[in-house]
Write a protein that binds this ligand. Structure first.
Ligand SMILES: [Zn+2]
Length: 55
């Protein structure tokens, strides 16, 4: 059975879904909400920039 993968929104690597973190970015100036998946490695680096993870 193939493992589902997602493309990291930061480093663009294909990573296992279970290794990704789903992040939501609420922009301050607009009502746009950006959501994407990032690998855990990238998340560790950019986590302070996000409001909160939504796993
Ligand atoms: Zn990454």
């Amino acid at each position: 059975m193939e493992m589902p993968t997602e493309q990291c929104g930061i480093c663009s690597r294909q990573v296992l879904f279970s290794e990704t973190v789903h992040v939501l970015i609420h922009t301050r100036t607009e009502t746009v909400v950006v959501d994407y998946y990032v690998c855990r490695g990238c998340y560790e680096e950019v986590a302070p920039a996000f409001d909160e993870p939504s796993v």
